[in-house]
Design a protein around this ligand. Sequence first.
Ligand SMILES: [Zn+2]
Length: 71
Amino acid sequence: MFLACPNRCSTNRFELWNASVFVDSAGRYLDYKVVDAPLYRCIECGSPAVDLGEVPGTMAADRLAKLRRVA
Ligand SMILES: [Zn+2]
């Protein structure tokens, strides 16, 4: 995973958006449960962060799917 803000904010701080975060009675972090796919947003501008780390894998999967259709 390599998160990046689409507006290129330099803070590089992101907020976990759609996951449930569990804490104990003292508010200490215990665990989190991702609802669907984890979504992060830039804390600077609020834009959904882009996961650049997923791009090569997605492109490879695309190529693989195309190859399978041809064969
Ligand atoms: Zn930003």
